[in-house]
Ligand binder design. Sequence first.
Ligand code: FPP
Ligand code: MG
Length: 347
Amino acid sequence: MTASTASAGSTDPGVAVLEWARELTGPALRSWTERLPPAVAGWAGYHLGLQDEAGRPLRGYWGKAVRPALVLTCAEAVGGGARDAVRAAVAVELVHNFSLLHDDVIDQDALRRHRPTVWKLFGVPAAVLTGDALLALAHRVLAAVPGPETVSSIAMLSGAVEELVEGEALDVVFERRSEVTTAEYAAMATAKTGSLMGAACGLGALAGGADAERALPLVEFGRHLGLAFQIVDDLLGVFGDPRTTGKPVGSDIAARKKTYPVLAALASGAAQGRTLAGLYASGDPLSEADLRWAALLVTDAGGVRAARLAVERELEAAFAALAEAEPAADSRRDLTALAHVLTRRNA
Ligand code: FPP
Ligand code: MG
């Protein structure tokens, strides 16, 4: 059954694909995390939204299941069955959550998915160790897949993790550097976010029976989509509504992050860009009014327009790669709908 035929009751086909992936992957994710070392299992369960901070069980997984949706749909795109790709979907989602746990420590973010972060509630050692355990578990899950693709899958996942780390390291370095170009930023964001989305597509294709060569255009699709998704995430960091993002208003600007729209505004040569540079250079904390003003400066200097154009460019490249992969018609529809919902999201 494909996501389109399963259509979990949502009117938007992209949202239906996400719901379908969440339903298929959620129970397996829960049962694998129950096998974590007991000392970290509670922190992991809290982070994943499987339990509350006192250890009381909650109903479901809190993530959007973006990467599982890519895994399962790409397995179908090469003629395989989604059910055969559930372990790969769990593995990728575990790696994603490892990276979120560590990223929240690195950025000292207090909120994630509308809730206090693990390091904030239980301390930095808890968040670091829980992330480590999820990363190790991801490899254990993939290693448990019977079949000839297991070694290639583990190699693909490990490669993506190394690239993810490279992207995050560059992100940290860029925060301390005065000049960063949008091209340098795009390369960093492809490593930070595109790597795992690309691997999600590739692992799905391998689980669906494709060889590494057949998986390649789907990996490219995921990488371009990942960059587009990250730039949309950057726009939400400037304009996102806290009720839907689960993060404070203007959180990226408050932390003076140099995201795509901000870098484009700073490089614009417009007076508003220079004013924004002054605001970024001052060490004073930014009030809510400052954040609203900064968002206006980013817009008026053309940063939002440039970011939206970059999203369109990456989406076009993603769709070109998808056409090259020659997926089955249903899967092509699902992946296209998914790409649209991920780049139009308000959460
Ligand atoms: C939100 O995904 C996450 C991103 C846009 C990726 C950001 C990249 C990192 C955090 C890499 C960090 C790397 C290391 C090594 C620490 P989402 O909106 O799909 O999240 P959800 O699962 O909450 O829905
Ligand atoms: Mg970060």
